[in-house]
Design a protein around this ligand. Structure first.
Ligand code: GRG
Length: 298
């Protein structure tokens, strides 16, 4: 396989995303300034941009135009940012640190944080529907529907609901898995699928292969998140570390132990990579991202 320069590819995508996200958000000078300031604070200058990277990497499989991919990626990242803003609020996780900065409700107040999250969600759909992102209009409609599903009560919000309603309960491994498949996995899976609609048509089998990759990598992301929560410090993570154990929350580490959780992440990575085999070099970025997600330290 030809050498793939992952680091420089990642830097290029991250820089491109910063520009696109900034241009896709209302200016902080636009009325109401405080709300727009909070939206930009939530989204810009922070985060690993894993979901945009996944959308771009999936786009490489279908030779998609980066102009299209950036808007797909921006829409997904805005949904992600809104979920973090709301998750950090006192009614949910009640956290004060995110991406190395005070959380949005700490910096702007609860009412503005609530509005900023709501407005980011609307902005995501404006971006996804406001540019021509697929050759066939039916595909673009499908993309809007995929993002809505992944974000709503059958996806991320549903997973967050399961999480909230499980406080104080013991979860089995399949229950924990279902919660994460919805809460974190749905949006990650959506990022890959949306990227795959931006380029040349894919046969159903190939789309299913990408979907298998995305499901495995979404779950692996969460397993690693659980490992980092108990192994890394808050400065490295840019968010409060050790919260799962402090809150007596069921995690992959609490259910499988540290080495069991590491093994689980490695198995999921192997399954994700196996699904990509038929794509050859076109999947180089997806392969490198699987490595990055499982081996990350923050
Ligand atoms: C409030 C509707 C609603 C949903 C919240 C995703 C989520 C659902 C809450 C986030 C809580 C959390 C810390 C989940 C663990 C996995 C996760 C999504 C971590 C944060 O994502 P990263 O690591 O963050 O991609 P960056 O900052 O790099 O973008």
């Amino acid at each position: 396989m030809a050498e793939f320069e992952f680091k420089s590819w990642m830097n290029d995508v991250q820089q491109r995303m910063e520009t696109c996200l900034s241009a896709s958000l209302p200016a902080e000078t636009h009325l109401p300034e405080r709300l727009h300031d909070a939206m930009r604070y939530s989204v810009l200058d922070g985060g690993k941009r894993v979901r945009p990277l996944l959308a771009f990497a999936a786009g490489m499989v279908v030779d998609a135009d980066p102009e299209r991919l950036q808007y797909v990626a921006a829409a997904v990242e805005m949904i992600h940012a809104y979920s973090l803003v709301h998750d950090d609020m006192p009614a949910m996780d009640n956290d004060v640190l995110r991406r190395g900065k005070p959380t949005v409700h700490v910096a702007f107040g609860e009412a503005t944080a609530l509005l900023a999250g709501d407005a980011l969600q609307a902005q995501a759909f404006d971006v996804l529907s406001g540019h021509m992102l697929a050759d066939a209009p039916a595909d673009q409609l499908k993309m809007v529907s995929l993002l809505a599903r992944a974000s709503g009560s059958l996806g991320m919000c549903g997973g967050q609901g399961v999480d909230l309603y499980s406080v104080g309960k013991e979860l089995t491994l399949p229950e924990l898995e279902l919660m994460h498949i919805l809460k974190t996995g749905a949006l990650i899976r959506c990022a890959v699928l949306l990227g795959s609609y931006c380029g040349k048509p894919l046969v159903d089998d190939d789309r299913a292969r990408l979907d298998t990759y995305a499901k495995c990598i979404g779950l692996a992301f969460q397993v690693v998140d659980d490992i980092l929560d108990c192994e890394a410090d808050s400065v490295t993570l840019g968010k409060t570390a050790g919260k799962d154990a402090a809150n007596n929350k069921p995690t992959y580490v609490s259910l499988l132990g540290l080495s069991g959780a590491r093994e689980k992440a490695a198995d999921l990575k192997a399954e994700a990579l196996a699904a990509l085999a038929p794509f050859g070099d076109r999947a180089a970025a997806l392969m490198a991202l699987a490595e990055f997600i499982v081996e990350r330290r923050s």
